[in-house]
Write a protein that binds this ligand. Structure first.
Ligand SMILES: Cc1ncc(COP(=O)(O)O)c(C=O)c1O
Length: 425
């Protein structure tokens, strides 16, 4: 048996990782139970660190990205029915806050090379009633943010960049999250900077900043039980995706789930509720805690090095796989590849093929929000549907070994060869 074959027999490769050491996750779990939650100066310290890290004047911390977006939209005093351009793939919570504020979501289809708004379709949607657009660089891929923002600004549209999946991405050497009026980063579980949740709004606009500060001051105290639950889930995910637990327990369990119901194991962190909310949950309006701020202060120092290792892995994979199907973005994009997305013809079939070779893969857990039945302005958008159903994440996280990488390349090449599809020339 060759070394790589032996490896795949024993060692399995997970679909993703938690960006904390297991020992850190244990510490954070203990802190969630024992440490004070509302040390204001700690939160301010982290806000200042994050603002200067992102090269913006201000940062205001909220419990979730959706909460930050809610208060940015509220600060704009928009007329009822004003249109907000949204990505067709994102978290449902963002549509919930838009609809709750009496605003109308409008969806624009994605470009296959950037997995972001198609510029021609974005232009078609513009009209005087469009007041806001939320540009969302997905999977760490950087689109031509400059052209998008120029088009939107020329039409009087307020621009929010949701860079939750693209911290440290750059377009033409300028940071993603700093092109528009406000940038929002979700520091939720499995992100590259994960503070057990949190929505960090960055801006240079003093008026918006002052309004966000007022909103922050009106939030309710955080609930410790909610923080403990997040710290626990993070710890469990961390242990479950670490060796040897992943190879000997998590992977076999995932295969059992998949054999019983292939759809159940397909999405990265499972399925989420699609139903319409009667009211926004109170939990969305509780404060960001000083425990989370402290985690941010510790973890932010390591993000650049982890990005560099992951980007190097992606470059190796893209150069070694004999296919031309990875999104190409643009010449000026400096992508961070939070996930390496690969469109395939059938995600379930690809997942099964990779699993046979000891590689766990998944599709995004984000929602195809433009297709939600209970929400207004549904749209049938072809590329978004394709990416949502059949865009599969190929493992690329920082601590993959050379032998892991060779196995992934062999599996991807094998999969496409069996389907008679390889790079031309
Ligand atoms: C693009 C994007 N926006 C927002 C979020 C999360 O937002 P919240 O902090 O409201 O859970 C995520 C997390 O999965 C995301 O990927």
């Amino acid at each position: 048996m060759k070394k790589d074959e032996m490896n795949s027999f024993l060692k399995k490769i997970p679909r993703g990782v938690i960006y904390h050491k297991v020992t850190d996750s244990v510490r954070y779990f203990l802190a969630s139970m024992l440490a004070p939650l509302h040390r204001k100066e700690k939160v301010i310290e982290f806000e200042n660190i994050f603002a200067s890290y992102c090269e913006r004047k201000y940062c205001v911390a909220f419990p979730f990205a959706r909460t930050a977006i809610y208060f940015v939209l509220k600060a704009l005093d928009l007329p009822k029915g004003a249109e907000v351009i949204l990505p067709p793939i994102t978290i449902k919570g963002i549509v919930d806050v838009v609809v709750d504020l009496g605003l109308t979501p409008v969806y624009v289809d994605l470009d296959v090379e950037t997995i972001n708004f198609r510029l021609d379709q974005l232009r078609e949607k513009l009209n005087p009633n469009v007041k806001v657009a939320i540009i969302t660089p997905l999977f760490g891929l950087v689109p031509d943010v400059s052209a998008m923002v120029a088009l939107l600004k020329a039409n009087g549209v307020f621009v929010i960049e949701d860079f939750s999946q693209c911290l440290n991405g750059r377009y033409d050497n300028k940071r993603v999250g700093t092109f528009g009026d406000v940038g929002i980063y979700s520091a939720s579980s499995i992100k590259t900077l994960d503070t057990l949740g949190g929505g960090l709004a960055i801006t240079d606009d003093q008026v918006v900043h002052d309004r966000l500060r007022n909103a922050q001051a009106g939030l309710m105290p955080a609930r410790r039980t909610a923080l403990i639950k997040k710290a626990w889930v993070n710890l469990i995910r961390n242990v479950a995706t670490s060796e040897p637990v992943f190879s000997f327990l998590t992977f076999p369990v995932l295969q059992l789930i998949r054999q019983r119901n292939p759809e159940a194991a397909l999405k990265q962190t499972g399925h989420r509720d699609k139903g319409r909310l009667a009211t926004l949950p109170l939990l969305w309006f509780c404060r960001y805690t000083s425990v989370q701020a402290q985690i941010g202060i510790e973890q932010i120092k390591g993000v650049i090095a982890q990005d560099a290792a992951r980007v190097a892995n992606v470059e190796f994979l893209k150069a070694s796989c004999e296919i031309d199907d990875f999104p190409k973005t643009t010449q000026e994009s400096r992508n961070v590849y939070w996930q390496l997305i690969l469109p395939v013809s059938n995600a379930l079939e690809a997942q099964a093929y990779f699993a046979k070779r000891g590689i766990d893969s998944a599709t995004s857990s984000l929602e195809l929000v433009c297709a939600l039945k209970d929400y207004p302005n549904r749209a049938d958008l072809q590329t978004a549907q394709r990416i949502y159903r059949n865009g599969i994440f190929i493992p690329c996280f920082p601590h993959l070994s050379q032998s892991d990488m060779r196995r992934i390349v062999m599996a991807v090449n094998g999969y496409f060869q069996e389907r008679g599809h390889a790079k031309e020339g």
